[in-house]
Structures are given as C-alpha cells and as structure tokens.
Design a protein around this ligand. Structure first.
Ligand SMILES: Cc1cc2nc3c(=O)[nH]c(=O)nc-3n(C[C@H](O)[C@H](O)[C@H](O)COP(=O)(O)O)c2cc1C
Length: 158
C-alpha cells in the first residue's frame, strides 16, 4: 500500500516544523544557502543533527562536497529571509544581511539558534540526501522561533 502523493503532502503540511536557513561556502569561497524545515536533532552522543536536501536543488553539490555547514533557526520577523532562501534563480545573499559566523560560514544575525556542524555523514534516501552534521558549536538568542505549518509561517502561541 502506498499513499498518494497529494495525501502525503497534505498530511505532512499539517506537521509543525522549524524554519531554518542552512548555509555553507564552497572551495571557491562562494556562499550557498537554502531554507529548510527538515532540520532536527538526531543524537546526543555524539551530538548530531540532520537536514534533508533535495537531489535536484541548486545547492546540492555545494552541500554534499563541503566539510562544514551552519544551520540558522529563524525568528519572529524573519519570514522574508525564509522566502528569499527558498527562491530559485536569485542571489540569496545579495541583500547583505548575513555575516561571517562559526567557521566563517554565513550566519543570520538575530537567528534564534545557530548550530555549526562538521559533516558527519551523508545518507541518500528517496529523492533527498540526509546531511548529518556533528554539532561543533551552538549559539542561542532569546527570541521566538518561526514555525512552518499549513504552508505558512506562524509564531508559537499565536
Ligand atoms: C518553509 C520551507 C521549507 C523548506 N524545506 C526544505 C527542505 O527541508 N529541504 C529541501 O531540499 N528544500 C526545502 N525547501 C525548498 C528550498 O528552500 C528551495 O526552494 C529548493 O531547494 C529549490 O531551490 P533551488 O533553486 O536551489 O533548486 C523549503 C522551502 C520552504 C519555503
């Protein structure tokens, strides 16, 4: 038995998820980033997190050949950043609102949480690659996180 794609999408769209922007820099020094709601905690010992990336994404090569990546968990008021890092064919860094953070990777100021990772393993599953990162450093700010549910951005408790 296999669920229809539309039913699967509808069910998963009702599951609240974090809104993050994962970033990295390639060997030529070019920054890459994409909006991801598939971020999650995987293991405590060692401290592992995961992000899932579509095989067809323009960022796939950069993220599957890098040694490090940074996950920025977006906050209240940052839905425009989430939309920009999900938009194809634009310069996502053109607004100049990122700054060098852990490992020199593009960080989003005012993010609720940053998790700086070394690449631990990449597992291909279906049409995505699971990027498993070992958390090397974390940064936490006292702000409210954005949540993605029903294909929209909401704030917890509102
Ligand atoms: C809220 C939200 C969450 C997303 N989460 C993911 C994700 O977890 N993994 C992924 O591969 N793409 C995700 N996307 C889509 C990417 O941000 C991006 O649009 C997609 O990779 C196409 O970009 P490309 O032009 O780089 O190919 C998400 C988009 C939005 C708006």
């Amino acid at each position: 038995m296999t669920v229809a794609a539309a039913d699967f999408r509808r069910a998963m769209s009702r599951v609240p998820a974090p809104v993050t922007v994962a970033t990295t820099v390639d060997r030529d020094g070019r920054p890459w980033g994409f909006t991801s709601s598939s971020f999650g905690s995987l293991s405590l010992s060692p401290p592992l997190v995961l992000v899932c990336l579509d095989h067809g994404a323009s960022t796939h090569r950069a993220f599957t050949t890098t040694g490090h990546f940074l996950v920025n968990v977006l906050a209240d008021g940052q839905s425009e950043i989430a939309r920009r890092f999900a938009t194809s064919g634009i310069d996502r860094f053109g607004a100049g609102d990122t700054e060098a953070a852990e490992f020199g990777l593009p960080g989003i100021p005012e993010a609720v949480v940053r998790v700086a990772c070394s690449m631990y393993r990449i597992v291909d599953a279906g049409d995505h690659s699971i990027l498993i990162g070992r958390a090397e450093a974390t940064h936490v700010a006292d702000r409210s996180p954005l949540v993605y549910v029903d294909r929209g951005f909401v704030l917890p408790g509102r």
